[in-house]
Design a protein around this ligand. Structure first.
Ligand code: UT7
Length: 318
């Protein structure tokens, strides 16, 4: 027994920052950002908290699923961090929803949504819950160095969720990690008087080309692996929901595999890279637009800091 998705939801900050806005902040241009990444604008948390958008996305997903917070058997939040170091974002959301179930955060960076599905799969395998809320919420804007043009243009803030019910829609799920600091953000220094000063540069440090190559290779090998493991070929797969990090990464991998554009939903133009929220945000958009039909074969694939990857093959079953 694994699970099926029975509903989706999302919530976004009100503030949108365009490429032109950013060109007033750092030495960049709409032309550079659009051609190198596909991104045109990104939502940024200004007045709202992570908790607020997370709770809104959770309510949205519960409503879409037709279940109430009291039905939840577990809340798992993929996130780099909510509004508190402790308690976890998942616990704060549980309090706000007045749910009565265990709640925990999972930090798998941009692969976090797939890591959270893996955790949920274990919960269902042990028969510990009938419904699990997997709720990704990210505030990349807090960790970025806003004077670094090579990273500050790439990311956005968002929350997106799925409600899972015990079921048999999942065909394959795999997560991987290969420890490597080519994409890393150090914690802010503390004030302990006994500790040596932390000399690491704050912000998000990324070896762009190395991560780009890793991303393209991950997509190509993961999509092939999903087909091998499930017996559902790439041609038979209806949609590939990929982590939205860069349109060029998606296009390069897609062309390498010789697959048509229609199989690859994209929304990075509007949101930038929202880390673990990017795949559930895209799923919610497609679900609400009525583009997902019962029985369709989907493959989800993510890659990110860690370096981590995540891959899932499942049928749409609503
Ligand atoms: O979700 C986690 C996973 N993350 C990713 O998958 C991101 C992977 N990497 C990428 O998507 C791309 O490497 C980037 C979009 C980050 C960068 O694109 P690129 O084509 O690899 O550019 P680059 O880093 O090789 O830089 C090319 C040039 C440099 O100038 P010089 O040295 O050639 O004069 C950069 O300084 O572009 C310059 N540059 C910019 N110029 C204008 C870098 N950022 C900017 C900018 N505006 N925002």
């Amino acid at each position: 027994m694994s699970f099926r998705i029975i509903g989706t939801g999302s919530a976004l900050p009100a503030c949108r920052i365009t490429n032109d806005d950013l060109s007033n902040l750092v030495d960049t241009s709409d032309e550079w950002i659009t051609t190198r990444t596909g991104i045109r604008e990104r939502p940024i948390l200004t007045t709202e908290s992570v908790t607020e958008i997370a709770v809104a996305a959770a309510r949205n997903a519960l409503e879409n699923s037709g279940i109430s917070p009291a039905d939840l058997g577990y809340i798992v939040c993929p996130t780099l961090g909510g509004d508190y170091m402790t308690p976890s974002l998942a616990c704060v959301v549980q309090m706000e929803l007045q749910a009565n179930c265990p709640a925990v955060d999972v930090n798998g960076a941009c692969s976090g949504f797939l890591y959270a599905l893996d955790v949920a799969d274990g919960i269902f395998a042990r028969g510990k819950a009938r419904y699990v809320l997997v709720l990704a919420a990210e505030r990349l804007s807090r960790i970025l160095d806003w004077s670094d043009r090579s990273t500050c243009v790439l990311f956005g803030d968002a929350a997106a969720a799925v409600v899972l019910e015990a079921g048999d829609a999942l065909h394959y799920l795999e997560v991987t990690a290969r420890g490597n600091l080519c994409l890393a953000s150090p914690l802010a220094p503390g004030s302990c008087p006994y500790t040596e000063p932390d000399t690491r540069k704050p912000g998000l440090l990324m070896k762009n080309r190395e991560v780009y190559a890793f991303a393209v290779n991950t997509i190509s090998s993961s999509l092939k692996k999903a087909a091998e493991e499930t017996g559902i070929s790439m041609e038979e797969t209806d949609y590939f929901f990929l982590h939205q990090a860069n349109l060029r990464i998606i296009e390069t991998a897609r062309k390498k595999l010789g697959l048509p554009e229609e199989k690859f939903p994209v929304n990075i133009q509007k949101y930038g890279n929202t880390s673990s929220a990017s795949i559930p945000l895209l799923l919610d958009e497609w679900n609400r637009a009525g583009k997902l039909k019962k029985g369709q074969h989907l493959v989800l694939c993510a890659f990110g800091a860690g370096l981590t990857t995540g891959l899932a093959a499942l049928d749409w079953d609503i």
